[in-house]
Design a protein around this ligand. Sequence first.
Ligand code: 8YV
Length: 329
Amino acid sequence: MDKPRVLVTRAIFPQVIANLAQHFEVTSNQADELWSPPQLIEQLQGKQGVFTTGSERIDAALLAACPELRICANMAVGYNNFDLEAMTAAGVLGTNAPDVLTETTADFAFALLLATARRISESEHFLRAGQWSRWSYDLFAGAEVHGSTLGILGMGRIGQAIARRGAHGFGMKVIYHNRSPLDEATQQRCAARYVSLQGLLREADHLVLVLPYSGASHHIIGAAELAQMKPTATLVNIARGGIVDDAALAAALQNRIIAAAGLDVFEGEPKVHPDLLRVPNVVLTPHIGSATLATRQAMAQLAVDNLVGFLVHGKPVTPLNEVRAVPDK
Ligand code: 8YV
């Protein structure tokens, strides 16, 4: 029997291609060309599976043009690039890559929080520019992290891992808002208290955004929400661009409505709102929250395991929707 055919949309660890090649006829993109939607459709012709990153949009138009496609395996925990409803309707499975990146991403949230609160990027730019001539009592004086109030919007696995670091590592008071409160045992493990969104905005010294992007979370932090935060507060977004209204945030940073922000994700990335590039009190990183080699390897391997699990054994590891297993289709 012919091997199923799988497309890998972006450059990836050579070992991943080798692992896939044991089970599939693989078309890879090790040249890392950026394909337009029509180019992606063209590449997908005759393929049963696709290894995607968070950047490729899988929607009804693509699915209609790729009738042989059975599974899209995302090398990302977030899957807002998938129209899951359209995928289910088309009988196409979606899988994501949860758990393997939780602790690494929570580490990064703290790195960004600390860099933002303690003004690390801003002060390094100052030093590199040769502007450091003497010590002074308030030189890059920032906000306290230990003992402060950590607010978390979105209390899934990564939010909880951030809460544990804040409460047990930095002695922070942790408050959170989520669609629904956590069960009592989980809440205790995180030493976290559920509050309303308004309470979160008003009480947090450092607010970290870790919620999935959807129509409901689009611009959930805009000018009105920023105005409710403390003028000394910092905002950290490691979730998705579009959750924050970047233009409103740049204005709030410029006008010192809040003290500082740390952003790993942007609306329309890799483009960054030009006003954010102009304000000094923001730390900007290029979507590297999960970027350690070990974690990226684990995420990629989970996508491989999902492709093999589904297309070869009829049983994916981390499915997002329910579709009939391949042999029955
Ligand atoms: C990925 C992420 O690096 O997992 C996610 O949801 O945002 C990142 O860890 C990115 O989506 C590329 O796949």
